[in-house]
Design a binder for this molecule. Structure first.
Ligand SMILES: Cc1ncc(COP(=O)(O)O)c(C=O)c1O
Length: 465
């Protein structure tokens, strides 16, 4: 960001904005609680796994992985769960298990973590982006319909930030066109849509257990859920070189399919199983903390707090806030600068307001420049030479420009006092709306994607030596 902040003064008054030299609303003594919180029970679980001497799915007699798989299948109400090495691997394996083939098209939302869109590329399928809803940030079912071609095979539905997408409408579109639905529930453990837990609605569904996630492991991990026996069998084969998983002492090492090596680690499973015992209690406390926090912020004019439709339970993985320049007497063109000014003011007060994704997926070089495997999948026979244009998904761009997020700080059940201090900081900033608005109008502004492009160019120059 190249915006120039107003010059700070020496006086640290509590009334003055911290970006102008006032005292921070969030005292430095308020620390972000550790996530994931590691307890003695977690340590014991990891040691138990270490002592077993059985560390992967290939180890005969290994128990932690299959126990986690059984427990997660029970929790999601699905017949099968297959653990893999991470959430991205879970998506590639899920698409492979479905039989998605080179040159097939897979529909993906324009706003997500890059994994949602590179997983199709990993099986040589072509991602096709669909725009998002401006309030739920999830894919718009009607726009999916318009993106379908004879080559479309599957829809990857992301429950972004932990809020379930419009599953019934998406399911109806998929059924009309004979497409498979894959829920990417990496951010949404425990969230529910019309009484159904996410990860139980699509044909085959995926979760991440990365340290940053609501259900975390002590590193990397992923889970695949499905009711379909054949999909579960193929997923288990694809995670281990296409071999038929066997309980026999002798492994055949025969690859019956082109498989990956996405085997998980038993220590990761043991840690997650231990955390699973506290999952419901933590989710309940998080829900209470976040709702209390958002209740205070909802009173601030021109701030759009996350909304939860009545038929859904939010997992509160990430909190996204949009800004409405109209409520600040600013023209619509100032949405981005207002967001930037607010981020600057809030960060100075001690609120770690940040971006989650500085560009939409079609703006990522991988897609824009079609950096595939030697031109594949885009140069496969019959694949249309699709150009990815960010302006085709304008809502994703508007949201990236005019919103900021809070991540991680609210995940711990002990985050209540910190969130209360954050709410004080928001209220303080809002009490100085005139200063913030003037700052927005006078700053030299670059969009998040322009800033990201600048960072990317520097990184690339450094990497190239
Ligand atoms: C929506 C989404 N999909 C997929 C993934 C990939 O998960 P992992 O990091 O475990 O590979 C993530 C991780 O951040 C994610 O947020």
């Amino acid at each position: 960001m190249t915006d120039s902040a107003p010059r700070p003064t020496r006086q640290a008054s509590p009334d003055r904005l911290a970006m102008l030299g006032g005292a921070r609303a969030v005292p430095r003594s308020h620390r972000i609680p550790a996530w994931p919180l590691v307890t003695d029970a977690d340590r014991e679980a990891v040691l138990r796994s270490l002592s077993s001497g059985r560390f992967t799915t290939a180890a005969v007699g290994e128990r932690e992985i299959e126990s986690l798989e059984r427990e997660w299948a029970e929790r999601t109400g699905t017949r099968h769960c297959v653990m893999v090495s991470n959430g991205t691997a879970a998506l590639s394996v899920a698409l492979g298990a479905l039989g998605v083939e080179p040159g097939d098209e897979v529909i993906v939302p324009a706003l997500s973590f890059i994994a949602s869109a590179v997983a199709p590329l990993h099986v040589l399928a072509v991602p096709v982006f669909v725009d998002i809803d401006p309030r739920t940030y999830n894919m718009v079912p009607e726009l999916i319909e318009a993106a379908i071609t004879p080559r479309t095979r599957a829809i990857v539905v992301v429950h972004l930030h932990g809020l379930p997408a419009e599953m019934d409408e998406i399911r109806a579109v998929a059924d009309r066109h004979g497409l498979a639905v894959v829920e990417d529930a990496a951010q949404a453990h425990g969230a529910a849509y019309r009484g159904r837990t996410v990860g139980s609605i699509g044909e085959v569904n995926t979760f991440s257990l990365n340290v940053s996630k609501n259900l975390a492991t002590c590193g990397e991990g992923g889970l695949i859920t499905t009711d379909d026996d054949g999909l579960a069998r193929r997923a288990a084969m694809l995670r281990q070189f296409g071999e038929v998983a066997t309980k026999k002492a002798e492994r055949s090492y025969v690859g019956h399919l082109l498989g990956f090596n996405h085997k998980p680690n038993a220590i990761q499973a043991a840690f997650t199983r231990s955390r699973l015992e506290r999952f419901d209690e933590e989710a309940k406390l998080r829900d209470e903390n976040v709702r209390r926090f958002l209740g205070r912020l909802a009173a601030l004019p021109g701030l759009l707090v996350p909304e939860v439709p009545d038929d859904r339970d939010h997992a509160w993985h990430i909190l996204r806030f949009r800004t409405d320049p109209g409520a600040w007497d600013l023209a619509a063109g100032y949405a981005g600068p207002l967001r930037a000014a607010l981020m600057r003011a809030l960060r100075a007060e001690g609120v770690p307001a940040g971006h989650y994704q500085m560009m939409s997926l079609p703006q990522q070089r991988v897609f824009r420049e079609r950096l595939g495997f030697g031109g594949l999948p885009w140069q496969l026979p019959g694949v249309s030479p699709r150009a990815y244009r960010a302006e085709d998904q304008p809502t994703a761009l508007a949201v990236i420009d005019d919103s900021f997020t809070l991540q991680k700080a609210h995940l711990s059940p002990s985050a209540g006092p910190l969130l209360s201090a954050y709410a004080d900081a928001f209220e303080k900033v809002w009490a100085h709306r005139d200063v913030v608005a003037r700052h927005a109008v006078s700053m030299e502004y670059r969009t998040p994607w322009e800033t990201a492009e600048g960072i990317a160019a520097d990184e690339w120059a450094e990497a190239a030596g």
